[in-house]
Structures are given as C-alpha cells and as structure tokens.
Design a protein around this ligand. Structure first.
Ligand SMILES: [Zn+2]
Ligand SMILES: [Zn+2]
Length: 339
C-alpha cells in the first residue's frame, strides 16, 4: 500500500509499504477521508514541539473496516468508522483517574507515532468508533475536531442556559460555538477578525462581532446584557486574545483555554485573583466526547459543510498545505480524499 511520509518540514514522499498483519485485537481499515488540522500545519512548518521527522500524518479520519482480528467484537467488516488517535499507557496518574487524554506518555498518531495517511491502516479495534448509518465520510472525518469542541464545552460544565463568548473563528472556535449552542447555551457570540470566518460562523447560525469594527466590550454588553458572558472560550492561543478574555470576563466567570499557545502569554493575574476568575484548561478528548459529537451530528445540530473549504486527492497531499499557506483564513478545513 502507499503511505505518505513527511520526511522533513514541507516535504511529503510516497512509499510502498507492506500492510501490517492484523493481530487478534486489531482491525484493518481502508482509509476514505483525512482532515488536515492546525497541528498538522505546525508539523508542516517544522514548528510542532513534539514531532520528529520522518512522520506519517493523519489523525482526523473516516474509513471502512476490511478485516477484523479473531477477538474483535466492537466492529465488523463493512462498518464505517473513525479512529481515536491517542495511544496511552493506562497506568499513570491521569490514565488511572479518568483523564487518559492527558496521559504522561501520550502518543498521538500523526505526531509521535504513525498516523493514518496511508491507503490502509491496522489499529487496535478499541480505537475504532462506529459512524452511524447515513453519516458521510466527510462528516466522519470531522468528528475528531468536533470531539475537541465537545470536550472543551464539557470542561466548563453544564452549558445549558449560559451566555457564551468564543474568541476565534477557526474550525475549532467555530465548532466550540456550535457545540455550546447545540448543548443548550442560551446565547453564543463569536469574536474574530476575519470577515470570511465571521461569514462562515453566521452560516452556522452563530452571532458574530469583528473587534476591528466594533468595540468588543460594548458588543458584549449589547449582546449579552450588562452581566456579560458566563464563560469565554479562548480558541486562538495568542497573548492578545488571552488578554481580552481576562479583561472582558465578568467577575466570577470562567475562561476555558482551548487555543494551543506556541509562545508564553503575559496575562494580568491581578484580574484573575481579584475578579475570582477560573481558568480551565482542555486537551483533546476522550471516547465519550466522540460519542456525544456523533449524537449532536445525528440530531442535525452541527453544520459541517460550511467548514469544508477545499479537497485534494491523496496523491497531492502537499497541495493541501500549499492551499492552507496561500488561502490563510479562507482555508478552514482541507480534506484529503483517498479514492
Ligand atoms: Zn487535529
Ligand atoms: Zn498514561
């Protein structure tokens, strides 16, 4: 089978490799769609702190099961699945306390261990999550980023009836906003500088503000009322928006840190202390977040299609990154098609 290998930042070559043998607890899947995400882009630019080269990418996927090992019971041949890409130890403190997504020796397929950018993939069956009848492969590959959003919203707690401000309108910010709404938030507004991404959010039913054009503080009061937002989701991971979150947070409110910070942020800890703010981190997801993500999509509460902006064939993997670098804010989700 063909496998796409990133040998160095920006360079992908194809190699003919043997399909690994399927163990008793494993399955072989035929890849259908692979989504490209922000972390992949960091790897493409040589700026991912925890990834070495050569690396096989691919962690947002949909696939069809072609073979199952003798002990496998959770999926059968012909099932359409997505694959949870975390490899965890099961023994460390996070693993034994219900938070294996933060495993001390976590390996993520596509970063620290072989990803799924190949025609076939052999993996432990327990990593497979069945896609429901009628869900397209495109949407199946979007379940992973949606699980990130579901986990982030759940880290806050019960979002029902809450006022939610989302900073950042990339795929994750967009999905966090949609998820908050889908899970029962009363009011959701997104702040974002890109008009393209604001339009996309509006297509997904999210209220928006561009702080370039309107004072954000004023916009918050206009939209939510004088009490502002109950929770702010920071979904960019830069100093400027973290600063905004701390400054514009209502006293006694929560900030969920979703964005991945490449650089240290300088924030006003005086505000955190005096305003009794709670900062809540969120990292990846667990299987229950996949299940909830699939449920939300099944109920028609998530709009994926507006986020899928480009598609490229597997044979032109590098082109996905070219599109992302050139189109910038206009490239939301690029999908790699296997067939
Ligand atoms: Zn991702
Ligand atoms: Zn562990």
């Amino acid at each position: 089978m063909l496998q796409a290998i990133m040998t160095e930042p920006g360079k992908i070559v194809y190699q003919e490799v043997l399909i690994p043998e399927v163990g008793d607890n494993q399955i072989k899947v035929k890849m259908k769609i692979i989504g490209v995400c922000g972390s992949d882009v960091h790897v493409n630019h040589g700026k991912h702190p925890y990834t070495k080269y050569p690396v096989v990418q691919g962690h947002e996927v949909s696939a069809i099961v072609e073979e199952v090992g003798s002990s496998v019971t959770n999926v059968k041949v012909g099932d359409r699945v997505t694959i949870q890409p975390q490899v965890v130890c099961g023994e460390c403190y996070p693993c034994t306390h219900g938070m294996y997504n933060d495993c001390e020796v976590l390996k993520v397929m596509g970063f620290q261990t072989t990803g799924m950018a190949s025609e076939y993939f052999v993996v432990d069956a327990e990593k497979a999550i069945k896609l429901p009848e009628g869900m397209s492969y495109d949407h199946g590959a979007m379940i992973e980023p949606l699980a990130v959003a579901v986990h982030a919203v759940r880290r806050y707690g019960n979002i029902q009836g809450k006022s939610v401000l989302v900073l950042g309108g990339g795929p994750i910010g967009n999905l966090v906003a949609q998820t908050a709404k889908a899970m029962g938030a009363a009011k959701v507004m997104m702040s974002e500088l890109s008009e393209y991404r604001l339009n996309t959010a509006e297509k997904c039913g999210i209220a928006t503000v561009n702080p370039k054009e309107k004072d954000l503080k004023e916009a918050i009061i206009n939209f939510f009322g004088v009490d502002g937002a109950d929770v702010i989701f920071e979904c960019i991971g830069i100093n400027a928006t973290m600063k905004q979150a701390i400054e514009y947070a209502r006293k006694g409110s929560d900030i969920v840190v979703v964005g991945v910070f490449g650089d240290l942020a300088t924030i006003n800890m005086g505000f955190v202390q005096d305003h009794e703010l709670r900062l809540i981190g969120t990292a990846m997801y667990r299987v229950e977040d996949y299940i909830e993500a699939i449920r939300l999509v099944g109920e028609g509460l998530i709009e994926f299609d507006s986020l899928i902006t480009h598609r490229v064939p597997f044979s032109e993997y590098e082109k996905a990154y070219k599109i992302i670098d050139e189109q910038k804010d206009k490239a939301m989700k690029v999908l790699i098609e296997m067939d």
